[in-house]
Design a protein around this ligand. Structure first.
Ligand SMILES: NC(=O)c1ccc[n+]([C@@H]2O[C@H](COP(=O)([O-])OP(=O)(O)OC[C@H]3O[C@@H](n4cnc5c(N)ncnc54)[C@H](OP(=O)(O)O)[C@@H]3O)[C@@H](O)[C@H]2O)c1
Length: 316
């Protein structure tokens, strides 16, 4: 199992299970199946609304002796309505209660966007708090406090562009250890990967399979289907592997962490086995040529007329 090494020598399994959109009644089985089949890294978030069910599965696999807490790597994320410095500890404590854990391995600021505490999901411009009023740097102070209190071993960010990362690093006492971002052959993020590497920040690739189960409101009508790309399918055929396995293996070959989501037992096992799929330099070159700078998660759901958050400001 490939690992990413953190500054204090902790090792994060590069391959993990995504849990966004994993529905009630499904995510419990998915997490148990995954861990029983060798997964040691689970990617969670308060905003996914399913951490209590993930927690039930974690508690059971630990109690059953399948795995110890120390063998697992659990990531979660701070939602945008808890960005006030004084709210971060409340948010991580709620996540820890739901996950039935004493500590997280990694806690991320989910988006560089702040919204009012009483609003779980924004629906109008008044629901936001402009970054001028509540900058990420203040939220980060709360994240650092979570480390000091032993509630998480590491902290990082998600969906941050270089500008927001640089601003954060200028005042941070603890450097962000991770940026979790969309990354797949249609959106390879080479500049972002180079930027993160130069600052010692690891990258986790989300939506590695194209995030095909997103709700229609998050989807373009004519979006390309990564899992049906002829180049990916050809490489898969030649290796007697599935398209999904090639996409996962590609992410691992690039030195990123990768967290494909599945609630299907067969695909959960298939995705795990992708770690054994080797890609040649020719395969990597062919996949490199597929880059279209195409985001599946555009961030447009964050944009409201009159708001200081624009696509340019979010991804800058
Ligand atoms: N930080 C962020 O803002 C952010 C944003 C997006 C995602 N994420 C994280 O990244 C994880 C992965 O991204 P994602 O869930 O958007 O999308 P994804 O992993 O790219 O795709 C998930 C879809 O692929 C299907 N699938 C899984 N394995 C497959 C295989 N081997 N062959 C064919 N289809 C397969 C799943 O269906 P079944 O379940 O039926 O197998 C599901 O429909 C999320 O779950 C979440 O943990 C984070």
């Amino acid at each position: 199992m490939k690992t990413l090494k953190f500054s204090n020598n902790h090792k994060m399994p590069a391959f993990g299970l995504g849990t966004w959109k994993s529905a009630e009644g499904e995510v419990y089985n998915a997490v148990k199946t995954a861990i029983k089949n060798g997964y040691r890294h689970i990617d969670c978030a308060a905003a996914y609304g399913n951490e209590a069910e993930v927690g039930k599965a974690l508690k059971e696999v630990i109690n059953e002796g399948v795995v110890t807490r120390e063998e697992l790597w659990i990531t979660s994320k701070l939602w945008s309505n808890m960005h006030a410095k004084s709210d971060v500890i409340e948010a991580i404590n709620k996540t820890l209660t739901d996950l039935q854990l004493d500590y997280l391995d990694l806690y991320l600021i989910h988006w560089p966007i702040a919204q009012k505490k009483e609003v779980p999901f924004v629906s109008k411009v008044e629901d936001f708090i402009p970054l001028k009023e509540l900058p990420n740097e203040l939220t980060w102070e709360g994240m650092e406090e979570a480390v000091a209190k032993g509630l998480t071993k590491h902290i990082g960010v998600s969906n941050f562009g270089p500008k927001a990362l640089k601003q954060l690093m200028a005042s941070a006492n603890i450097k962000p250890a991770m940026n979790q971002i969309e990354c797949h052959p249609y959106f390879q993020q080479n500049d972002m990967l180079a930027f993160c590497k130069s600052h010692g920040i690891h990258v986790t690739a989300y939506a590695p399979l194209g995030s095909g189960d997103r709700a229609a409101k998050f989807k373009a009508e004519d979006e390309p289907v990564l899992l049906k790309d002829p180049v990916i399918l050809n490489i898969a055929k030649a290796k007697n592997a599935s398209a999904g396995q090639i996409l996962i293996s590609w992410a691992l070959h690039r030195g990123t962490s990768v967290i494909p989501k599945s609630v299907n037992p067969k695909r959960i096992v298939e995705n795990f086995e992708a770690q054994a799929v080797e890609l040649s330099q020719t395969d990597m070159d062919e996949i490199a040529a597929l880059d279209k700078n195409y985001r599946f998660l555009t961030g447009e759901h964050w944009v409201y007329e009159g708001s200081s958050y624009t696509l340019e400001s979010i991804w800058a």
